[in-house]
Structure formats: C-alpha cells, structure tokens
Ligand binder design. Structure first.
Ligand code: THG
Length: 284
C-alpha cells in the first residue's frame, strides 16, 4: 500500500513495504513558548528554523500545528503553511481539530498534504471526509469515536475499519487513509502500549494500511524518554507502523537502524548517508 504525499514538486511515498517515513513534530506550540510568541505576531522566522532543522535531521514530511489558546487558526494555519512552502519543498501534515482551519490550510497548501486528522465521531467524519475528497488530500484517522477511546483492541480496529469504509464511500482512495492507533502514556496505564501495539498489528494484517502515531506520547511523566520512545518505536515498526510523528533529531538514526535490520536499506546506504550528513553538519 502506497500513500503518496506531495510538496511543491517533491513526492514522498509512504509504502507499507518500504522504509519508514518521518513526519517532523516540532512545529507545535506544546512547550514552545517562542513559537507561540512569534506566531501570534505572524512572524514565521522561528517556524521556518524549525522546518529547516527538522529537514536536516531527516524529516520527510512536516506536521504543522498552530494550536494555542486564543489562536485564530483559520487565518494562522494557512499563513503558516504558505510561509513554509514558500521556503521549502516538502509535503505537509495539517494538524488541527478545527475543520475550518483544515479547509483554509488546504486552500493555501501546494501539492498533496496529509490531514491530521479525522476520527470515528460522526461529526468529524461528516466535516473532514468531504474536504479531503474535494482537495485531494490524504487523511489520518484516529481510532476513537462518539463513545470515546476504548482499551479493547478489536473495537479500536473496528473504528479504523469504519473510518476506512466511510472514506471510500466519500470517494477517497483506500491508500489515502492512514490510521493512528492512539499511543498514550504508559505511566498512566501499564497496558497502554500493548493495546496500541496490538491495534497496529490488526490494522496492518487485516487492512494493510499505512499507520502513524505520535512517537513521544507514551513517555510522558517518565525519565529516559528518548530510550523509551525508541524501544517502543522499534516494536511499533515491527508490527506495522510506517510513518511516526516524531522529533527527527531524536529518532532518525534509530529509524534508519530499524530499516537496515529489516532488510529495507540495501548495503546500508541510507544508514551511512544519514551518518555522513549529520557529521557534515556538525563540522560546518
Ligand atoms: N497523533 C497524531 N497527531 C499528533 C499526535 C498524535 N499531533 C500532536 C502530537 N500527537 C505529536 N506532536 C508532538 C509535538 C511536540 C511534542 C510532542 C508531540 C513535544 N515534545 C517534547 C515534550 O513533550 O517534552 C518537547 C520537545 C522535544 O524535546 O522535542 O513538544 O499522537 N495523529
């Protein structure tokens, strides 16, 4: 299964049989005061710095989230999208719970973006799927619905299947649906990771879809976050995760290692190229 995303001219293929695609998470106001302050002033310099550093660190796609209290995201999200795409040729992942902000960003975006996200709630399906179809975008489906988030893996799978079926009914191609199995903090629930890992496996085995997840969600409230995230990432990839949303500075080397181990990096080309690219940057 191949989900094709596009920037101005670049194409990124998320392939269930290919190497892992990294969606850079850092253009997100969570714990980034400076991003909030600059975005409030419609000053995109810092957001562009975050874009550049993530691309240099291995991001293939950039998540763009401008959600902070009081934001007019119907104006700010499209403006941020334009600023990034004027400077860089990379596909974007439009991250907002507000369908109007998503639609405004789709109008502004070049190429073929990924919508982040729709979920199994009736309201969400009805708001997002028609605009995904209209603008030819791919879409991330979160496995929650009007009953909230279930810990039952079979039910999470059923929500994924429902989102897929509704997307297909709306005229969206199967390969343009990417599922997020909802990674959550393992400090709060000892079984949290197992539920997500099993959900990934069911979606991979039965639907064959591409799968994303927030790679740092599981480690909230714990030490050794990078180690925990990366251990979790390796098992998730083995089960079928294909495009994590993550901080590339912290995961790319690990993702390249995982691809190499799985026989998805002939002669360790990407692994070693990444090493030299980072060494070069350190010395420049
Ligand atoms: N699924 C989907 N979309 C998502 C998430 C998900 N979008 C938002 C979020 N979760 C993923 N993005 C982020 C962005 C920033 C941070 C975490 C997740 C973040 N992390 C560090 C922290 O928590 O301390 C701080 C910065 C760092 O060290 O890099 O800020 O699950 N579909």
């Amino acid at each position: 299964m191949q989900t094709i995303l596009k920037g101005k001219t670049t194409e990124v293929i998320i392939d269930t049989n290919g190497p892992v695609v990294i969606i850079g998470e850092s253009i997100n106001p969570t714990r980034r005061k400076r991003l909030v302050e600059t975005l409030k002033a419609y000053d995109f310099e810092f957001a562009l710095q975050l874009a550049k550093s993530q691309m240099e660190a291995g991001a293939d796609v950039l998540d763009v989230n401008v959600g902070f209290p009081g934001v007019d995201d119907e104006t700010l999200l499209p403006e941020t999208v334009k600023a990034i795409q004027e400077a860089y040729d990379i596909p974007l992942c439009l991250d907002s719970p507000n369908p109007k902000a998503i639609e405004a960003a789709l109008k502004a975006a070049q190429g073929k973006p990924l919508i982040n996200s729709v979920n199994g709630e009736e309201k969400s399906l009805q708001a997002i799927l028609p605009i995904a179809k209209e603008y030819g975008a791919a879409v991330i489906g979160l496995v929650m619905d009007d009953d909230g988030i279930t810990q039952d893996t079979e039910k999470r799978f059923q929500i994924a299947e429902k989102i897929l079926n509704r997307a297909i009914q709306s005229g969206i191609a199967k390969e343009d649906v990417v599922i997020d199995p909802l990674a959550m903090a393992v400090s709060a629930d000892p079984n949290a990771c197992m539920v997500t890992l099993e959900t990934i496996k069911l979606i991979h085995d039965r639907l064959g879809l591409n799968i994303t997840q927030g790679a740092s969600n599981i480690s909230f409230g714990l030490p050794y976050r990078v180690e925990l995230n990366n251990a979790h990432m390796a098992i998730s990839i083995w089960n079928g995760l294909t495009c994590p949303i993550a901080n590339p500075a912290k995961i790319t080397a690990f993702v390249r290692a995982t691809d190499l181990i799985r026989g998805r990096d002939d002669f360790a080309m990407r692994f070693t190229e990444f090493y030299y690219s980072q060494e070069e940057m350190e010395n420049s």
